[in-house]
Ligand binder design. Structure first.
Ligand SMILES: Nc1nc2c(ncn2[C@@H]2O[C@H](COP(=O)(O)OP(=O)(O)OP(=O)(O)O)[C@@H](O)[C@H]2O)c(=O)[nH]1
Ligand SMILES: [Mg+2]
Length: 296
């Protein structure tokens, strides 16, 4: 029998912290993207590939939309726009507070898109019915062609329904990726992300935003993975804060990072971390290229 197969790209876009990465992980049933309570957690377009017998959904988790203040953020916004270009469905995620999208042009582009558009009102576990009702009315006016769906990515509310809708919106066609592939990113990317997640959780203010992690060594044997990673910061003062008194801050964060990595890889991890100053890397096109933000 010649069974039909459906495949396509789903772009998840919206303001920082609305729950885009939580949604991607919920749809995948995997902890692929890192999630934190801080805005601008995601910096890249991360593909999460959901495979079924007769379908392949290629989900794009993207950075939250911001007004770029330096070159790294320009690259982040490039990833968002790029994900819209090849989308078969756009999921525009918001909360019932309906905070304005930080890029008016991007909002207009989404409003006038010819691509099927789902508007996801997330975090409805925290939302008063009155506020949700007002939000749906306002979104209906602003996006007359879109379908609006209230969800709670964190609790799983309406996630199976959303998945069903996405599957139905996929065009007929062959898979884009091998059916056993989960993502487009290499192992080391997720090592860097697991460490960055620990940094986001352990340090406040500007430190997490001034940090980029790279992994120099990843050696896996039957029982253990040995990882050596470098945490790059922009200035000496940031290096001091990261390391802390007699190395105590780095040590504490390192324990969390190791646990994150053990959770991700399901294996014992030996982790070595070093801190290095790379002056103003967030504004240097050469450094950004080295860190994988060159896609402009
Ligand atoms: N109560 C509740 N919290 C949620 C829900 N979805 C996400 N969150 C929380 O919202 C925060 C941000 O979630 P993320 O998934 O990292 O948000 P994001 O949109 O990917 O953020 P950026 O990558 O910074 O743009 C985290 O603390 C999540 O646990 C939800 O449905 N309900
Ligand atoms: Mg995210």
């Amino acid at each position: 029998m010649n069974a039909k197969h459906y495949a396509g790209f789903v772009s998840i876009v919206g303001n920082p912290n609305v729950g885009k990465s939580t949604l991607m992980n919920a749809l995948l049933g995997e902890k692929l993207s890192i999630i934190t309570a801080k805005a601008q957690t995601t910096r890249h377009r991360i593909l999460g590939i959901l495979n079924g017998d007769d379908f392949q959904l290629v989900l794009s988790d993207t950075p939250g939309v911001i007004k770029p203040a330096y070159a790294m953020q320009d690259a982040m916004m490039h990833f968002v726009k790029e994900s819209l270009v090849d989308a078969d469905v756009i999921c525009y995620m918001t909360t019932a507070e309906l905070d304005a999208l930080k890029d008016e042009k991007l909002k207009e582009r989404i409003q006038h898109t010819s691509t099927p558009l789902l508007i996801l009102i997330n975090k409805i576990d925290l939302t008063e019915p009155e506020l949700l009702h007002t939000a749906v009315e306002k979104l209906n006016e602003e996006f007359p062609k879109a379908e609006i769906l209230p969800i709670a990515a964190k609790t799983g509310f309406c996630i199976p329904e959303l998945l069903e809708k996405l599957r139905k919106l996929m065009p007929e066609g062959p898979a884009y990726f091998p059916k056993d592939q989960l993502t487009d990113k290499p192992e080391r990317f997720f090592v860097n992300e697991a460490i960055r997640q620990a940094i986001l959780e352990h340090y406040s203010q500007e430190i997490p935003y001034a940090v980029e992690v790279t992994t120099e060594e990843f050696k896996e044997d039957a029982k253990l993975i040995r990882i050596r990673s470098i945490i790059q910061v922009e200035r000496n003062s940031q290096k001091g804060i990261l390391i802390g008194h007699k190395g105590s801050a780095l040590k504490h964060m390192g324990i969390t990072a190791r646990k994150n990595l053990e959770g991700f890889f399901g294996k014992k991890i030996h982790l070595e971390l070093y801190v290095k100053v790379v002056k103003n890397w967030r504004s240097s096109s050469q450094q950004l290229k080295r860190f994988g933000y060159s896609n402009q």
